[in-house]
Design a protein around this ligand. Sequence first.
Ligand code: GAL
Length: 491
Amino acid sequence: MLKRLLILLCLLGGVLPVAFAQNYCLTPPAPAAPRYNGPAVLGARPGSPIIFRLPFSGERPMKFSARRLPKGLSLNAAEGIISGSVKKPGEYVVKLKAKNASGSVKAKLILKIGDTIALTPPMGWNSWNCWGLEVSQEKVMASARALISSGLADYGYCYINIDDAWQAPDRDADGKLQPNDRFPDIAGLGEWLHGQGLRLGIYSSPGATTCGGYLGSLDYEEKDVQTWNDWGVDYLKYDLCGYRAYLKTLPEVTQADHIKPYVKMKELLALQPRDICYSICQYGLMEVWTWGREAGGNLWRTTGDLTDKWERVHRIGFQKQRGLAGYSGPGHWNDPDMLVVGKVGWGEGLRDTRLTADEQYTHVSLWALLAAPLMIGGDLSLLDEFTRNLLCNHEIIAVDQDPLGKQADCLLEDGAIQVWGRPLCDGSFAAGIFNLGEEALSVDIIEKLKGAGWSGIGSCRDLWRQKPCPQTVNIPSHGVIMLKFNAMGAK
Ligand code: GAL
């Protein structure tokens, strides 16, 4: 009942005057019938465990089926979770189906068993922006439960990543890294997440300590990877921090000095019998985008930390990502940092993100265009209807998850207007027309797309509203219109 009321208020926001509608919802409600919102491709290495919760929205109960599953995989038809492992490399086309009282739908999933994982940017949740150093297993579980109950998991969000501050102050007698008393059982947490079709992420540093002053992996790399493997870890964020103390002792620091600890970890991860998505975090130093892929990164942070201030979104999103498109692609993504949406606070008390509704539409739109990992930073147990609506637009997510994996670049700058665009795998294009100025602007869409280098623009869709584009549109200050259209290629 409460949920319905929140949805109604959020949708009404879209038609009320701005004063009454700070957080207005643009994404139309999902139909009751099943709809596939997930990636078209999934990568895994031969023999590695696969855990994939089928991202279908629609009313429950829902029954799932999967035809042509390769040998080694099975489907839990009531929960919609595919698990198992595939030994033989190759491309498998799996035919998925979901059915409920309102209808049924089919979808195709291409499973690529080979060397490359993270064929589309990883999606999920990370503890840092909400809990900072105050994270606990209980809080992580609360967000994981909410990821499912809120329906976010039905849109492909699947990683539950513990950031800094899970480590105990001392290793055990064998040198094994221990969780602290806020984390009674990380292996149990991993098992529980896998049972839900979700994945577990962990955090460490190549230095002796992490940014938060907790134990890092220096000189214990092999042992730590073994521990994480035993716990069922699926994702590692490896944060430079304490390693800088060592770098400071060198007479001159080269790119090679930065690369070394990351390659060491890559080699250890490659030996594990499971796929561990490798997130390199060193704030873009030494032009990481030029070597992150070689160092084994599935993603790498391109900048310092994002916070919930418009200036940071502007700087990190619009200034720092320019020219980086060529370095990203399936299996290796530029990472402009986690989403600063919902209830954040970095461990100093939760509060609503300080970004306005329009700034949040801009943030999510730009991240989708940038093929950025979509890691939600807010506490999901307190997810509000606006944030849920913002994060569950399957047409926006489809841009981020497009299998072609071509990151957008800035194609037009015209006063306060910027147009960022990218080609999509079906031959169409996605573009965001952003208003970075302080006043609302009326914009002729076709004119701006032409200015960005597209010609012969055919059918055009407004992705947030999920309806055909208007000819002209009023774009609020710091706001956006996100489009998908057919055209001749941009310059
Ligand atoms: C920072 C990193 C943040 C977070 C934090 C933990 O260096 O950029 O994303 O992981 O450390 O202490």
